[in-house]
Design a protein around this ligand. Structure first.
Ligand code: BGC
Length: 748
């Protein structure tokens, strides 16, 4: 009774949080309340009276409420291909599905920042309308190696493309008055042993490649929060690095928001808070107690604590929860499916189109092969999964578009998929985080193939790959085509080519697969990535030409894995050395034993020479498809390239004309070749890009690309500063990293 009275009196005197009294509120908080605000709701030790809000079912985390001071609990949920919350709730008839948008890699393949911003607006609206305050995305880490299990969540091997995409996504989401958490800061380009791996790299590679993407997005879009990564960087845990989180992120780049840990990331709570990692997620009693003990023992300065608490409160007052937004639990999923469709349509990359194999006409009968055609993959696994209301497979997409399919092949797959479903059912009910090996196996039905080569006009074959968080891809199982896949492709190709008919391969994949060994077996190849819930409709529209593909690769595809610059320094998961949890070395506390290469530590020996920076400089012959590559059903002519000084750099203009006979969009990629005399420089680097609007046949437009002088700088290791090399530069308007179309000289 007395305690109740006491808390009532305290509550009367206590300031109630507003955007203008954060300092007073911090001053009125007890040490326990401050500790609670910094750790997520996973800590039960703090008994905030009246703190009964459990958040949104399926959300990844919450913050603690302090009702005495009017501080509510805010809700954080994954990202990045859509909001990840539970679709069903106990006792509720209503469902809570979220739109499954195209994966990050596919959004980057659009090279269209306006479109990505539109996706962000739709995604952010679902965050708002489902009562979530911050979405844990976008993921912006660099595709350092094609086997990284989370590449699908990330955009590109190039920091400019990744940074621009992230900025667009963040702006779109945050225009709803909800927050983002750009992740994983930084150098999280491998999943194996992700909690303990030490990424060892030069300051130059760090600044120019692995941080530049984050820097662009922070400067342009100010995400409300940033999530630190699990790994170490040069021996210091990312979440415990004052240089990274305060020196660089806040002091140099001007970041204004809150930094949070990845879930369970890091060890030393006091070091994290001191470094500028304000929020510890998902929180635990140990983390809560750590803060209290560290302050009491003088290991954590009160100033660090108060500064961190104030930043978290600044986040809280911006949130819909604080503003009392009455969310509907009913976002317009139909409207957002249309946005998903629009984005996917622009992200499909046409890789090959021999003698006009595509588009196909509805008058042609299609033999549809490959288990993935009948079980399309919308997105990846792990926290990047989305509980989407449906997935349109290619069989359905073709039928809806008006294609006729060969009934013999169709009947075969109808029964085969049922059998496979039965086999795969053995794992039903298992966590969707680890489903990648439980997909139907490919079949090679020789008689069905032979018959369809007589009755059908064209063959479409889809191959699929799905993977996700917590592990990297298996070279032999996931990167190269599996034996049965190759057998199927060979058999279909032989039978159809013998009959003078064409074969089209569709890759429904979360990341690059090896293509060089089999590409000649196909007349046309398209990569539709993991296109979200509308996948089958998107692909059907590209196949029949109602959508003219305009996607471009956001990474290089090399002729063989061995040619990848990071191959000597990346874990090998393969049949003879399978993925195994014992590879996870759980080390005590913050102690690190640096003994096993690529597991305990990974040397980023290739430095800045990631992706096309390496291939264009040292090994152009080893490229199967260059960064920025993609075909169209029309052709474009470029001309009138002009460079003129403008503001902090140059404006480059290029005139693009649609010289073919169907409407289409083109992408102008501006690479710069530096003198490379006083400095080690890649052959060329992407400095700007622009996508044209849809151009009718004969129509022209002028695109303007801005290159800043600063963006030409490289990190000078010796001087510890950015430096721009003087001399003659070449500005190259390219259709991909290997193909300059127009060029101009610029003297600096
Ligand atoms: C992932 C994060 C994710 C978090 C919450 C972690 O395992 O690395 O990307 O946001 O879980 O689900």
């Amino acid at each position: 009774m007395i305690a109740l009275l006491l808390s009532a009196v305290m509550a009367l005197q206590a300031p109630q949080l507003t955007p203008d009294n954060i300092r007073d509120v911090v001053a009125a908080m007890t040490l326990e309340e401050k500790a609670a605000v910094l750790v997520g709701g996973g800590s039960k030790a703090f008994n905030g009276i009246g703190n009964t809000d459990k958040g949104v079912p399926g959300a990844a985390g919450t913050t603690h409420a302090v009702p005495r001071l009017g501080i509510p609990s805010i809700v954080l949920a994954d990202g990045p291909a859509g909001l990840r919350i539970n679709p069903n709730r106990e006792g509720a008839e209503q469902t809570f599905y979220c739109t499954g948008f195209p994966i990050g890699t596919m959004l980057a393949s659009t090279w269209n920042t306006e479109l990505v911003e539109e996706v962000g607006r739709a995604m952010g609206n679902e965050v708002l309308e489902y009562g979530v305050d911050v979405i844990l995305g976008p993921g912006v880490n660099i595709h350092r190696n094609p086997l990284c299990g989370r590449n699908f969540e990330y955009y590109s091997e190039d920091p400019l493309l990744a940074g621009e995409m992230a900025a667009a996504m963040i702006s779109g989401i945050q225009s709803n008055g909800v927050g983002t958490s750009m992740k994983h800061f930084a150098v999280n380009s491998q999943e194996l042993n992700r909690l303990h791996n030490d990424a060892r790299l030069s300051e130059r590679a760090l600044r120019e490649i692995y941080l530049r993407n984050f820097e662009i997005a922070v400067r342009k879009a100010q995400p409300w929060t940033i999530m630190t990564s699990y790994n170490y960087i040069n021996g210091v845990h990312a979440s415990e690095s004052p240089d990274l989180l305060t020196g660089l992120l806040r002091d140099e780049w001007g970041f204004q928001g809150v930094v949070m840990t990845d879930w369970g990331g890091g060890y030393d709570t006091a070091a994290q808070i001191h470094a500028g990692n304000e929020m510890i997620q998902p929180g635990s009693d140990r983390r809560y107690q750590d803060i209290i003990d560290a302050v009491n023992e003088g290991r954590l300065a009160l100033a660090d604590l108060d500064r961190s608490v104030a930043r978290v409160l600044e986040l809280v007052v911006k949130s819909p929860k604080f503003k009392g937004y009455a969310y509907s639990d009913a976002p317009d999923l139909t409207a957002h499916a249309a946005v998903c469709r629009k984005a996917a349509d622009e992200g499909v990359v046409l890789m090959k189109n021999r003698s006009g194999a595509l588009p196909a006409s509805h008058a042609e009968k299609i033999a549809l092969f490959g288990v993935t055609s009948y079980q399309f993959i919308a997105g990846g696994t792990g926290s990047g999964n989305v509980h989407r209301p449906y997935v349109v497979d290619l069989r359905q997409g073709l039928a809806d578009a008006g294609f006729l399919v060969d009934m013999g092949v169709d009947a075969f797959y109808a029964s085969y998929m049922e059998d496979e479903a039965f086999r795969c059912n053995l794992i039903n009910g298992k966590s969707p985080w680890y489903i990648d090996r439980e997909r139907p196996l490919e079949a090679v039905p020789s008689e069905v193939i032979a018959a369809s080569a007589r009755t059908a006009d064209k063959a479409f074959i889809t191959f699929g790959r799905v993977f996700g968080e917590g592990k990297d891809r298996d070279l032999h199982y996931s990167y190269v085509l599996q034996e049965r896949e190759l057998e199927l492709l060979t058999a279909v190709s032989k039978a159809f080519h013998k009959a003078g008919k064409k074969v089209v391969v569709i890759l429904n994949i979360g990341g690059v697969v090896d293509m060089a060994p089999w590409q000649d077996l196909a007349d046309a190849i398209l990569i539709c990535w993991q296109p979200g819930e509308e996948g089958g409709n998107t692909v059907a529209a590209v196949l029949d030409g109602s959508v003219n593909p305009s996607g471009r690769l956001p990474m290089t595809i090399s002729k063989a894995y061995e040619y990848e610059p990071s191959a000597p320094n990346f874990p090998r998961i393969s049949a003879d050395k399978p993925f195994n949890y014992s590879f996870y070395r759980r080390l005590a506390g913050n102690k690190k034993a640096y003994d096993i290469k690529d597991i305990d530590y990974t040397d980023y020996e290739e430095g800045i020479y990631v992706g096309y920076r390496y291939f264009q400089t040292f090994a152009p012959r080893h490229v199967a498809y260059p960064f920025g590559y993609g075909l169209s059903y029309t052709s474009f002519k470029w001309g009138k390239m002009k460079v003129r000084e403008a503001g902090d750099g140059w404006d480059v203009t290029v005139q693009v004309t649609n010289a073919g006979d169907v409407p289409g969009k083109d992408v102008v990629e501006l690479f710069v070749h530096a003198p490379g005399k006083d400095m080690d420089k890649p052959e060329r680097e992407l400095k700007a890009f622009a996508k044209t609007p849809l151009l009718a046949p004969g129509e022209a437009c002028t695109v303007t690309l801005h290159v800043t002088r600063d963006s030409l700088a490289s990190w000078d290791e010796e001087a510890g500063t950015w430096a721009v090399e003087p001399g003659r530069y070449r500005f190259l308007a390219c259709s991909d990293a290997a193909t300059p179309v127009l060029r101009r000289r610029v003297r600096l």
